[in-house]
Design a protein around this ligand. Structure first.
Ligand SMILES: [Cu+2]
Length: 142
């Protein structure tokens, strides 16, 4: 019983912090996997409406066993994914996390249903965490 109370308190703390955040996330979605696959990616538009620079350091979600921040680079004439430790989001700037570019890589993902809501928490070095409501989308739909 004590454990449940503690977890509930933590969640409330995260939600309360998110309300004062100046980082805005829109059009968040997680790509649905083909049958048998457990790796996928999350995408969104992110904007820093505040006057403080933010640095995205992690994206966490209950649907995945592990997550990484990734970007794509050109190497030997090919596009390759590369993990990055953090992504700068200066005050007043916005970034697109999209296929072929920045994305949140999701590993050991549980089976997902098309249209299912997924919660993701973005964590920053100097800014409040943001709770993101994403949606599962099949490749056909986007
Ligand atoms: Cu990736």
């Amino acid at each position: 019983m004590k454990v449940i109370v503690a977890v509930g308190g933590m969640l409330l703390a995260v939600l309360a912090a998110a309300q004062t955040s100046t980082v805005e996330v829109t059009d968040a979605y997680v790509r649905a996997m083909p049958p048998g696959r457990t790796v996928t990616a999350g995408f969104f538009e992110i904007a820093n409406r505040g006057d403080q620079d933010c640095r995205l350091e992690a994206a966490k979600t209950d649907i995945a066993g592990a997550t990484e921040l990734h970007t794509h680079i050109h190497e030997d004439g090919k596009m390759k994914m590369r993990q990055v430790p953090g992504i700068d989001l200066p005050a007043g700037e916005q970034l697109s996390f999209k296929p072929g570019g920045l994305h949140v890589m999701l590993f050991r993902v549980r089976p997902l249903k098309d249209g299912e809501p997924v919660e993701m928490v973005l964590e920053f070095a100097d800014c409040d965490p943001v709770v993101v409501q994403a949606e599962v989308r099949s490749i056909k739909r986007k």
